[in-house]
Design a protein around this ligand. Structure first.
Ligand code: SF4
Length: 384
């Protein structure tokens, strides 16, 4: 299979989005967020590309951004008009904090790579690679507001792939530094002018092939079964296909008659306000529970009786399945390990139904105690 990390990532975040883009080849309507991100990347490439007179000045960069601003896309959507101002602000701050020495350390911009993962070809683009005092820095620009926790950067598969591509395409540069920890992998959050960096070990590099192969297998499985379910998330805001996606269709084209519309408005309002009340009550229950738990601890009682009923401290153990052991067992019994890595305990119960007794026993043995505690059981409660 010939694919790219961004296609696989589309599948991972939403299989339906993958289908629209990669299989149905539908050209999505570009959202303001996406258009903004693309133009920022383009402008950064411009900033780092020297001309006969040297690197572009701040004014030239801002002019470039302004001239390429696809006003008709962004304004027509009636949303996020502030993006233009945001872009100017980000670029001004960015250029102010850089000098020619910083720009001279760039060795590659928007570099296209192609690496072999088993029998598959994986391609992509690296935004920028710099030579640094310690070695090299591979940079991916981000225009998002949100900065993820550092743990996410450490596990970011895309950055690991970039490192693998760097080693593959520039073996002589890698030879200079020898160790992977001399190559910094950075996400550059432009809005905040913040860089978050991590490095990888040799073992991390080996894991990449396995992770990518798992993803490719999952795509092939979905193609075989023609099963591409939508997976709504915060990322829908970045999706080009909102207008045709069944999850969002009602927003763009209400389907019911006027009366039904009114009814659905009322029902929705009721549902939303009941959920808010539920949340509030759950908070109160938690507070009261804490007081009762303390009472149990202080008195060392196992059950106490009141005029309204009794409350019993009932022990509860929570178990979970060890995913590594489960994957191994499923491999042994000849099922597809990829789908198993994704199953929750409910799906696993379904899978167990078709297995031999001995096989079910093996799965049960992969269960591990996760938590031990107690729940409060109310008995003989009277209406208060
Ligand atoms: S809008 Fe959301 S659910 Fe629909 S295809 Fe896009 S990402 Fe998937």
């Amino acid at each position: 299979m010939r694919t790219s990390y961004s296609s696989l990532n589309n599948f991972k975040t939403c299989p339906l989005k993958y289908k629209y883009k990669e299989i149905d080849k539908i050209k999505g309507k570009q959202t303001a967020i996406l258009a903004f991100g693309n133009l920022m990347h383009k402008t950064l490439r411009f900033i780092y590309t020297p001309t006969a007179h040297g690197f572009p000045t701040k004014e030239e960069a801002i002019n470039f951004f302004g001239q390429n601003w696809k006003q008709e896309i962004l304004i027509k959507e009636g949303e996020e008009k502030g993006y233009f101002e945001d872009g100017i602000k980000i670029l001004s701050n960015y250029i102010d904090s850089k000098d020619d020495a910083e720009r001279n350390q760039v060795i590659a911009l928007e570099h296209h790579f192609n690496i072999k993962i088993g029998e598959h070809d994986l391609e992509g683009f690296i935004d920028r690679i710099d030579r640094t005092k310690e070695g090299f820095e591979i940079i991916d620009y981000k225009t998002s507001q949100k900065i993820p926790p550092e743990k996410e950067i450490e596990n970011d598969l895309q950055l690991s792939i970039y490192l693998r591509a760097f080693i593959n395409e520039w073996p002589s540069l890698f030879k200079e530094v020898k160790e992977t920890d001399k190559i910094k992998l950075t996400l550059y959050f432009l809005r905040h002018d913040i860089k978050l960096s991590a490095t990888r070990t040799k073992k991390d590099l080996k894991d990449i092939d396995e992770k990518i192969t798992e993803l490719i297998n999952a795509v092939e499985e979905a193609k075989k079964n023609n099963k591409f379910d939508p997976f709504p998330s915060n990322l829908c805001g970045w999706c080009d296909y909102q207008e045709i996606c069944p999850v969002w269709s009602h927003k763009f084209k209400p389907v019911s008659k006027e009366l039904e519309e009114k009814e659905i408005q009322e029902i929705s309002q009721k549902f939303i306000s009941l959920r808010a009340k539920k949340k509030e009550i759950e908070g109160e229950i938690r507070e009261v529970q804490e007081k009762i738990n303390k009472y149990f601890t202080d008195t060392k009682l196992e059950q106490f009786f009141t005029d309204f009923g009794s409350i019993l401290k009932s022990p509860r153990k929570t178990y979970s399945y060890n995913p590594i052991k489960i994957a191994e067992i499923i491999r042994q019994i000849g099922k597809d390990p990829i789908s198993v890595m994704k199953v929750d305990s409910r799906a696993l119960t379904g899978l167990k139904a078709g297995l031999e007794r001995e096989q079910k026993k093996m799965i049960e043995e992969a269960k591990e105690l996760e938590r031990e505690g107690f729940v409060l059981v109310v008995k003989g409660d009277k209406k208060v």
